[in-house]
Design a protein around this ligand. Sequence first.
Ligand code: FES
Length: 113
Amino acid sequence: MDNTDWHEGNTIIMHRVQELDRSPIAFLFDGHEVTGFEGDSILVAILARFPFLRKNEFSHQPRSGFCLMGACQECWVWNKQGERIRSCSTPLQAGMELFSTSPVIQGELAHES
Ligand code: FES
């Protein structure tokens, strides 16, 4: 399953309005090299570069978080071990490898096709 097509060609709606000399932090999201900044949540770092986080597994509509305080399930992303992470309440760390869909599910779907 190619999970990168939805990232490009859509308008990024979140823009940083002020930067305070924070250190850049490199990470991967769906195979894209991305740079966030020290103190970013994963959600902020992704939405500063991409139009949304993921697509809903049932409706396939774009999702970009809702409550922004760790109470809903709209901001899930996955790490390469297949663990779900609430991106709004998880600090970005250098070298993270994150996915908009569970890599376990992607692997299962790849075996079916
Ligand atoms: S946006 Fe609701 S838990 Fe992250």
